[in-house]
Design a protein around this ligand. Structure first.
Ligand code: HEM
Length: 469
């Protein structure tokens, strides 16, 4: 019998090794699929999604896939995967969010893709750091007006107090002065529908609207509100200067691209984006400050040194005043770090390698700012509210701390982040200047139910406020 030559053996060996390596390289991350077809791990995941992610990381390692409602979501939790999420050209924001945008605001995918970049660039300019401080005066005036309605003293749910201030201020500044209703009944109606829409947003982004009757009713109510007000928004001219509101600038672009029929839908999307995170962030910041007496005291001393001790006059707040009160900004950023969005997402366009795995094209790549901000490697003593950690961030140059991703990252990072910080800073200064405040309940826990956006409080948290003498 003829012996196989050593050359053939070597060639066969090489081929086997190549096939083995190729197989290994194409191996996807461990996948949690549940046992029900299509729904996959939907029930276990839906019960408490934030906890599910952390338990899965401990069990399966730093990269894992969860199959839910026909979708593969691949979570990255350590440096290599996070870098792919943040930097790779093979992962895409627009394609990841086009479905949720269609479900929640009825904006067709092709319209969204045509308009997205133009609208984003406009927003980034209009409410970015260069133009932002033009809004300081208006923000202060509007907030004074809303604070007036609170009276001299009272007890209220802290979330309601924040809503009472930020809903009208945001709508009157970003959309049109006077858009927020002034009639009691209409205000109640707006609250009810916006809250229902906001609370159901996460389900609405995943399920057909016909399964969510009440949510759909509120969505239609809000769309009708915009439909009715868009003609007025278009012709509205600011009494003080000729500047356009953010919504007016949006309407111009939508009209230029001949998509006018979708203007109310963009109004709804902007309304949600501008309120859904800013309101809980203002809530958490105040709740953390009130439950940390030394921080509260230091802030009060700062406010007194800049504006004086009396809380009665309607003082003005300038950019310079804000620079003298850095602790307030640090508290806001620290509250955002601790209550950051559960996930942000990108679509995988071409297979990407992470550790020894290949994440296939079509997967949604998921990054959890909430859990990343709890990694002691990046944020020492991560569970503690430590505003002073922000001293290290170069906020003057508009840079956050490394690994802080609550506003997303990369090309389509949140365009409203500087507006949100400015609005919440002024809101906190004016509340603390006018009132002595204390919490009547302990700091609430965060609800475990949400992945989209900033975490919501679970249970009540009342505040008592008295006008300062
Ligand atoms: C503290 C409050 C806020 C937080 C934590 C927040 C967070 C985020 C995050 C995580 C994203 C996704 C970014 C990504 O995936 O990379 C985003 C997008 C966005 N945010 Fe914010 N946001 C806040 C306030 C605001 C405000 C006040 C506005 C409007 C004035 C706004 C407007 C938007 C818009 C329009 C987008 C979508 C951008 C796009 O389509 O490319 N946000 N935000």
């Amino acid at each position: 019998m003829e012996l196989i030559s050593p050359t053939v053996i070597i060639i066969l060996g090489c081929v086997a090794l190549l096939l083995f390596l190729q197989r290994k390289n194409l191996r996807g991350p461990p996948c949690i699929r549940g046992w029900i077809p299509w729904i996959g791990a939907g029930f276990e995941f839906g019960k408490a999604p934030l906890e599910f992610i952390e338990k899965a990381r401990i069990k399966y390692g730093p990269v894992f896939t969860v199959f839910v409602m026909g979708t593969r979501m691949t979570f990255v939790t350590e440096e290599e995967g996070i870098n792919v999420f943040l930097k790779s050209k093979e992962v895409n924001f627009e394609l990841a969010v086009q479905n949720p945008v269609y479900r929640t605001a009825s904006i067709p995918k092709n319209t969204f893709l045509t308009l997205h970049e133009k609208l984003y660039i406009m927003m980034k300019g209009k409410i970015g750091t260069f133009n932002l401080y033009q809004l300081t005066g208006q923000l202060t005036e509007e907030l004074h007006e809303q604070l007036e309605n609170l009276g001299n003293n009272g007890t209220m749910e802290l979330s309601n107090l924040v809503r009472h201030l930020l809903y009208p201020v945001t709508m009157n500044i970003l959309f049109k002065k006077g858009l927020f209703p002034t009639d009691e009944r209409k205000i109640r109606e707006f609250y009810q529908h916006f809250q229902a829409y906001d609370e159901g947003f996460e389900y609405g982004s995943q399920m057909p609207e016909c399964l969510l009757r009440n949510w759909s009713k509120s969505k239609k109510w809000l769309l009708a509100l915009f439909e009715k007000n868009i003609p007025d928004m278009k012709t509205y001219k600011s009494a003080k200067d000729n500047s356009m509101t953010l919504m007016q600038a949006m309407l111009d672009i939508i009209e230029m691209e001949r998509k006018e029929e979708k203007s109310p839908n963009y109004g709804l999307l902007l309304l949600w984006a501008s309120l859904s995170n800013a309101v809980p962030v203002a809530f958490w910041t105040l709740a953390f400050v009130f439950s940390h007496p030394t921080v509260h005291e230091t802030i009060m001393e700062g406010i007194a040194s800049v504006f004086g001790t009396a809380g009665k006059d309607k003082m003005k707040v300038s950019e310079d005043d804000l620079k003298k009160l850095p602790l307030i900004k640090w508290c806001i950023l620290e509250a955002i770090r601790l209550r950051a969005p559960g996930v942000i997402t990108r679509k995988v366009l071409k297979p990407v390698k992470i550790l020894n795995y290949t994440v296939p094209c079509g997967d949604l790549l998921m990054l959890s700012p909430f859990w990343l901000h709890r990694n002691p490697k990046y944020f020492p003593e991560p569970e503690l509210f430590k505003p002073e950690r922000w001293k290290k961030a170069n906020l003057e140059k508009h840079a956050f701390l490394d690994w802080f991703v609550a506003f997303g990252s990369g090309k389509y990072q949140c365009p409203g982040r500087w507006f949100a910080l400015l609005q919440i800073q002024i809101c906190i200064i004016l509340i603390l200047y006018k009132y002595d405040c204390s919490l009547l309940d302990p700091l609430p826990k965060q609800s475990p139910l949400h992945l989209v956006g900033v975490q919501q409080p679970e249970g009540q948290c009342r505040i008592e406020f008295k006008q300062r003498k």
